[in-house]
Design a binder for this molecule. Structure first.
Ligand SMILES: [Zn+2]
Length: 451
């Protein structure tokens, strides 16, 4: 669908400052914002009135779409990250391109309804059962990118290198579906990816558990050559740090630093169990740290020292990761509130810093996440008339949304100049019904919806 031009008059919009602006006229041509005018008191007759608060689209910088099928199945009860991982592997084992397409499409549509306009999909489910490649070795990557396209959001496909079942160990069981054998073979396959104009290709290193330092060097060089984002799981669990120190005599962050992987294009996902030196390395290199607090608390991972990282110079982004919930407002406030519980101090992060993290598209390689001329026309309109937000005004709209909004408060979502969500409804399909049948298909014995 091509969009020619549109004028939107926002009652309130966030343009990056510490409070919302009143009467903002946004002009859009094709997929870009071409002008932003503040202090426009009256709606011009040609402009559509947007009631509520208009924000730039949110970036979900860390996602594994298929984990959505685990919701409600793994969150209660006991166990650890490592027992959760066994349940996650059970889903990975069952997925084929058709069931994966349906599940990922519905999951990305749930993201669109929450105001997410770009997803960073950390994709490692590359091959068929037993690790046998599909006829097109990129079939699964193309499938997940297609799912985002059909759900109406853009994607950075973070094609993930995954070579070992643990440091010095072979891939085991379902992990064989993740592996390309060598980093060079990964680079050849990822280099052939061409997922379409709505998607960028970036690189990912699963973790220091799954990729040795020499292979990390290869992946980092591949990303550097292309100026592409490079993401990695880093220090999510103490056991990863222990194994890394025992094998390499260095922390995971030091392993990445020593091969030259840290830069503004690098995102360390989780980055929880860090030394002071790790914080200095991430900050000094202007790396990004992707916080996934709703997943991290579900998995009892710990709390990212996000305020110290930001003070050291790191950027922050947010991810819903395992999709325990898909709610960028909950993710944003958890960064602050979790640190309050740990530090017993308030105000570790300003509201605008949390919004900047929630809209950080740079870590995914897109010029979006800001309402300004030249940026992609990705917008979220949040109604301020629900019981959660009623009473918010220009002065209180930003903290109200960050601390009290939920995904259910999203009224309209625009991606690249095109409305994907209107009046709280996805424009392409019935998302709850799509989720219901996609999740049922994953768990039914024959791979078909149970009805
Ligand atoms: Zn992850």
């Amino acid at each position: 669908v091509s969009v020619t031009a549109a004028q939107l008059w926002c009652e309130l919009a966030w343009l990056g400052g510490d409070r919302a602006e009143r009467g903002v006229l946004v002009e859009i041509a094709d997929d870009r914002i071409v002008s932003v005018t503040t202090d426009v008191r009256e709606r011009p007759s040609a402009a559509e009135r947007l009631r509520g608060l208009v924000l730039p689209g949110f970036a979900n910088a860390h996602s594994h779409a298929f984990h959505r099928a685990l919701r409600g199945r793994t969150h209660a009860g006991r166990g650890t990250f490592w027992t959760w991982r066994e349940q996650m592997y059970a889903v990975a084992d069952r997925l084929q391109p058709d069931t994966y397409l349906a599940l990922a499409r519905a999951t990305f549509a749930e993201m669109a309804l929450a105001g997410i306009t770009t997803v960073g999909e950390f994709h490692y489910l590359h091959h068929g059962p037993g690790g046998v490649p599909y006829a097109d070795a990129n079939e699964m990557g193309l499938t997940v990118a297609q799912a985002a396209h059909e759900a109406g959001i853009r994607m950075t496909l973070l094609d993930t290198c995954y070579l070992h079942g643990g440091i010095g160990q072979p891939l085991n069981g379902v992990q064989r579906r993740f592996g390309d054998g060598t980093a060079d073979a990964w680079a050849d396959r990822a280099g052939a990816l061409s997922p379409g104009p709505h998607a960028l290709v970036g690189a990912a290193v699963h973790s220091v558990r799954a990729v040795d330092p020499a292979s990390i060097t290869t992946v980092a060089a591949w990303a550097a050559q292309r100026g592409a984002p490079l993401h990695a799981h880093v220090s999510e669990q103490p056991a990863e740090n222990d194994a890394c120190l025992a094998s390499y005599g260095r922390t995971p962050v030091e392993v990445f630093a020593d091969v030259g992987a840290l830069s503004e294009r690098f995102s360390a996902v989780h980055a929880i169990h860090l030394t002071d030196r790790d914080i200095g390395l991430l900050g000094g290199s202007r790396s990004c740290v992707c916080c996934c607090p709703t997943t991290e608390r579900d998995l009892a991972d710990g709390i990212t020292p996000a305020s110290r990282l930001r003070a050291a110079g790191a950027a922050l982004s947010l991810g819903s990761d395992s999709h325990a919930v898909i709610d960028p407002y909950e993710e944003a406030r958890a960064v602050e509130l979790d640190e309050r519980l740990a530090s017993r101090e308030r105000g570790n992060h300003a509201v605008v810093d949390l919004l900047a993290a929630a809209t950080n598209h740079a870590s995914l390689g897109w010029n979006a996440g800001r309402i300004e001329a030249g940026a992609l026309a990705d917008l979220v309109v949040i109604g301020l008339d629900s019981v959660r937000l009623a009473g918010a005004d220009a002065a209180t709209a930003l903290p109200s949304v960050v601390y009290a909004a939920t995904a259910a408060d999203v009224r309209h979502v625009m991606v690249g100049g095109r409305w994907v969500v209107r009046d709280g409804a996805h424009q392409s399909f019935d998302v709850p019904s799509a989720l219901r049948s996609a999740v049922a298909a994953v768990w039914s014995p024959d791979g078909n919806p149970a009805g």
